[in-house]
Design a protein around this ligand. Structure first.
Ligand code: PPS
Ligand code: ADP
Length: 298
C-alpha cells in the first residue's frame, strides 16, 4: 500500500540525502530506468524519515545513533551489520504486499536439493514453465549457472572451501558461502514477489536450515529430490561421477563428500531404480503444494 504520494524529480545525490538537505530520496526500487522519485511531504521539508521506516527496521534501530552530528544537519540512524559500518537501511514506499497484489501471488523460495544428476535443473525448468503458463512470475537460480558468473571464483577445492569459510567468518552456521549467497539472492527475489526456484545440491543440513531462517512465514519450501545414488551415477550426464570414482575429482558429493538427507522438508519427490516420475509430474507435485498453501494467489 502506498503511504505517501510520489512524483518525479531530479535526484539530488547521496550527499544531499545524507545531510537531509533536499528531502529527496531515491528508493532502491527506483528501477533499471533510474526513475527519480521524491517524497512530496519531504519536498515541503517535513518528512519524518523514521516514520517512513518499517516496524522491523525501527525495532532494529541501532544504539549507535549519533548525537554529535554537525549543527543544522539532520541526524540519521546508522548501524553496523557484519563488517559494514555506518550503513542505513533504505525502505521502499512500495512493499512486498504491494508487489504481491500486483502479481496476484505470494513471494517464496522453492529450494530444490538433491545429488548431482538427480534432476534438479530439469525440475526447476519444468516447474518454471508450468507456473509461467498459469500466469505466475518465477525466476530460476541454478547453482551451476551462478558458478558461471556471480560465484565463479568459488570452486569445490579444499583451499577454496577454506577461503569460503574465511569470507563468511562473521556469518554463523554457514559452511558453504555459495549456498548462503544464493539463499540471500533468493530472499531478494521472494521479497520482489516472485516465486524463486533454486536448484543447488546444497548438501549440508546446516546450510539449508540457515537459508530457511532467512525467509519469513513458511515461504521457504524445501523440495528433496530423493534419487538413489546409483540412478544419478547411471545418468552421469557430465561424466563427473566417473571422474570422481577414478579419483580425478576430489570431494564429490555422494562419493567422497557427504549429502545429508533432509529430514524437515516440505516436499519429497521419490524416485526408485527403474522408475522416476516424469519432469511434468514432479512439477505438478510442487504446483499442488503451492496451490494448497495459497502461494499462487493473493
Ligand atoms: N566436488 C563436487 N561436488 C559436487 N558437484 C560438483 C563438484 N565439482 C563440480 N561439481 C558440479 O557443480 C555442480 C554443483 O553446483 P552447486 O552450486 O549446486 O553445488 S553446491 O550446492 O554448492 O554443493 C554440479 O552440478 P549438478 O550436476 O547440476 O548438481 C556439478 O556439475
Ligand atoms: N524425472 C526424470 N526422469 C528421467 N530422467 C531425468 C529426470 N529428471 C532428469 N533426468 C535426466 O537426468 C539427467 C540429470 O538431470 P539434471 O536436471 O541435469 O540434474 P541435476 O541438475 O540435479 O544435476 C539429465 O540427463 C536429465 O535428462
Amino acid at each position: 500500500m502506498l503511504t505517501r504520494p510520489l512524483r518525479p524529480l531530479p535526484y539530488s545525490g547521496r550527499r544531499a540525502q545524507a545531510a537531509g538537505l533536499a528531502g529527496v530520496v531515491r528508493p532502491p526500487c527506483a528501477g533499471a530506468a533510474g526513475v527519480k522519485l521524491v517524497v512530496a511531504a519531504a519536498a515541503a521539508g517535513s518528512w519524518d524519515r523514521k516514520a517512513g521506516r518499517s516496524e522491523a527496521v525501527q525495532a532494529a534501530a541501532p544504539a549507535d545513533e549519533k548525537d554529535d552530528a554537525l549543527p543544522g544537519i539532520n541526524k540519521l540512524m546508522t548501524s553496523t551489520v557484519g563488517k559494514s559500518t555506518n550503513i542505513r537501511w533504505h525502505d521502499c514506499p512500495v512493499n512486498q504486499l504491494d508487489r504481491q497484489k500486483l502479481l496476484n501471488q505470494k513471494g517464496c523460495v522453492v529450494w530444490i536439493t538433491g545429488l548431482s544428476g538427480s534432476g534438479k535443473s530439469t525440475l526447476a525448468s519444468a516447474l518454471s514453465r508450468e507456473l509461467h503458463s498459469r500466469g505466475n512470475l518465477t525466476y530460476v537460480l541454478d547453482g551451476d549457472n551462478l558458478r558461471h558468473g556471480l560465484n565463479k571464483d568459488l570452486s569445490f577445492k579444499a583451499e577454496d572451501r577454506a577461503e569460503n569459510i574465511r569470507r563468511v567468518f562473521s556469518v554463523k552456521n554457514y559452511n558453504n558461502v555459495h549456498v548462503w549467497f544464493v539463499g540471500e539472492v533468493a530472499k531478494l527475489f521472494a521479497d520482489a514477489g516472485l516465486i524463486c526456484i533454486t536448484s543447488l545440491i546444497s548438501p549440508y543440513k546446516s546450510d539449508r536450515s540457515a537459508c530457511r531462517k532467512l525467509l519469513p512465514n513458511s515461504s521457504f519450501i524445501e523440495v528433496f529430490l530423493n534419487v538413489p545414488l546409483e540412478v544419478c551415477e547411471e545418468r552421469d550426464p557430465k561424466g563427473l561421477y566417473k571422474l570422481a570414482r577414478a579419483g580425478k575429482i576430489k570431494g564429490f558429493t555422494g562419493i567422497d563428500d557427504p549429502y545429508e538427507t533432509p529430514s524437515d522438508c516440505e516436499i519429497v519427490i521419490q524416485c526408485k531404480v527403474g522408475g522416476c516420475p516424469s519432469p511434468k509430474s514432479m512439477a505438478d507435485q510442487v504446483v499442488s503444494y503451492l496451490e494448497a498453501n495459497g502461494f499462487l494467489q493473493n
